[in-house]
Design a protein around this ligand. Structure first.
Ligand code: GLN
Length: 496
């Protein structure tokens, strides 16, 4: 089997055993990128020389007997929102074009130390605002399952790169669904860790009370290995959690779910959902039952108002966070010809540097926070957030995990929702509640929809710091479906 078809775990052990070098593995993936990248366009930045240099350095470290982690030498693609000291970091915005951070994000730094080799920086919706990657200031990314469709968003470059076998692993950030939704629509595994379980240090901020870095992989164990390699307490992030957490790798290796109590969220499986998504979802629930889990229906009525609450809270935080792009400190500066005031230069730069969705969010957020409106909008949304957290807590008194479809539909055509923000926002209907509460949540492939043959994701939600439960249930679903299908769901990226 060619190197690009191997799992990250297999590649890691082959490299550790000296069966193949990190350089050879990197070259195989760069070769694949050369073939398919013109069609997929998952990357914003690649630099073969830097990649090979990194791989060579890992080979040297390993030969010198240095003990690196299980993923040493394995290639990875990073969403272009993680700061990298040796590569540009743009958040897919013109306002940061050409900026090179002077430091690494904690996630990228820890992964370098563990010996992972960076293939490049992946495309996203500008500042992670969107569900399709069409809001990138540079170009859209195409879904490897059907190139005329979106790969989800905002981390659509990272999901497409893994689904297209350009990279075995990638990173993303999930503020309202930006890891789970792209994972679902490209047929791969995506995990939003517990908020505070992975460090935000060096990640360009969108909505700081929600932003959560997490892993993408083609199988549950690989996602767990990556999760474990970068997560954990970081003193550089003030909301990082300093507490022991159960091993997600062990959980991914122990797919026994007999006796587990699984709650089916009643509100997320009816009207407005694509029939083929619901069929695969109901089958997955039956499968869990057949594996010995106890399935109960759970009602969380406030989950249906999570979406409007999120679209007040996230833009409010964004309007504050994005104030730093003032033409003085980073990236673009427009109209600074000596005749204009700083304020004029700032206005010209922000007008030219931000795209339409980012401007929409800044205006929404500024409005929601302005005096006279604050209580009615931002304040009210915060109350909804509290109610949602309480509903989760009540549900987790009865069950160990909750499940729902990850998305209401499969991947939609490029261009279909770009002029209809409400339709775009609905892609995150099922994912947003776990962001508002800070809970852990995963998307794992559960089949292909009959009507379009496109991937469907099962969402598995767990209490704060119980990320391991997502991996245990995810691994159970994956194993059961693989034995039913006689192999991994994503055998080939079909349109490549
Ligand atoms: N699609 C959602 C939004 O546009 C979520 C984005 C995210 O998780 N970064 O805000």
């Amino acid at each position: 089997m060619s190197l690009i078809r191997k799992t990250a775990a297999e590649l890691g052990s082959m490299i550790a055993d000296g069966e193949v070098s990190a350089v050879e593995v990197a070259e195989a993936h760069l070769g694949r990128m050369g073939e398919v990248e013109p069609k997929v366009r998952a990357f914003l930045h690649v630099d073969h020389e830097t990649t090979i240099e990194q791989a060579r350095a890992v080979d040297t470290r390993l030969r010198a007997g240095e003990k690196l982690g299980p993923l040493a030498g394995v290639p990875i693609a990073h969403k272009d929102i993680f700061s990298t000291h040796d590569m540009p970091t743009t958040a897919a915005s013109k306002i940061l074009e050409g900026w090179r951070p002077p430091y690494d994000a904690t996630v990228t730094k820890r992964l370098r130390q563990a010996g992972l080799v960076i293939l490049g920086k992946t495309n996203l919706d500008e500042f992670a605002m969107g569900s399709s990657t069409e809001n990138s200031a540079f170009h859209p990314t195409h879904n490897p399952w059907d190139l005329s469709r979106v790969p989800g968003g905002s981390s659509g470059g990272s999901s497409a790169a893994v689904a297209a076998y350009e990279a075995p692993l990638s990173t993303g950030t999930d503020t309202g669904g930006s890891i789970r939704q792209p994972a679902a629509v490209t047929g791969i595994v995506g995990m939003k860790p517990t908020y505070g379980g992975s460090s935000r240090y060096g990640v360009i901020a969108f909505a700081s009370s929600l932003d959560t870095p997490g892993p993408f992989a083609r199988n549950v164990l690989d996602a767990a290995l990556l999760h474990e390699a970068f997560s954990g307490y970081d003193p550089m992030d003030s909301t990082s959690i300093d507490a022991p957490v159960p091993s997600v790798v062990e959980a991914a290796r122990n797919a026994d779910i007999s006796g587990m109590r699984i709650g089916v969220v009643k509100e997320f499986a009816g009207e407005g959902f694509q029939p083929g998504v619901l069929t695969r979802y109901h089958e997955a629930v039956q499968l869990l039952e057949s594996l010995g889990a106890k399935v109960v229906e759970v009602s969380c009525p406030s989950f249906t108002i999570a979406l409007p609450a999120y679209y007040l809270i996230a833009p409010s935080e964004a309007s504050s966070n994005l104030a730093r792009f003032d033409a003085m400190r980073y990236g673009l500066r427009v109209g600074d010809d000596g005749t204009r005031s700083a304020e004029e230069v700032m206005a010209l730069t922000r007008a030219a540097g931000f795209g339409p969705e980012v401007k929409r969010r800044i205006m929404l957020g500024t409005y929601a926070l302005s005096s006279g409106y604050y209580d009615a909008y931002y304040g009210q949304a915060q109350k909804v957030r509290t109610v949602i957290s309480r509903e989760f807590e009540a549900a987790y008194q009865q069950v160990d995990v909750l499940v729902s479809p990850t998305t209401p539909t499969t991947a939609f055509p490029i261009g279909e929702r770009i002029d209809d923000p409400m339709a775009m926002y609905l892609a995150d209907l099922c994912t947003i509640p776990s962001n508002l509460s800070g809970n852990a949540a995963m998307s794992v492939p559960c089949g292909l929809a009959d009507e379009d043959g496109l991937p469907v994701g099962l969402q598995i939600m767990a209490p704060v710091l119980a990320d391991d439960r997502c991996y245990r249930v995810g691994a159970a679903v994956e194993q059961a479906l693989e034995s039913r299908w006689g192999g991994p769901l994503l055998k080939e990226a079909p349109s490549l």
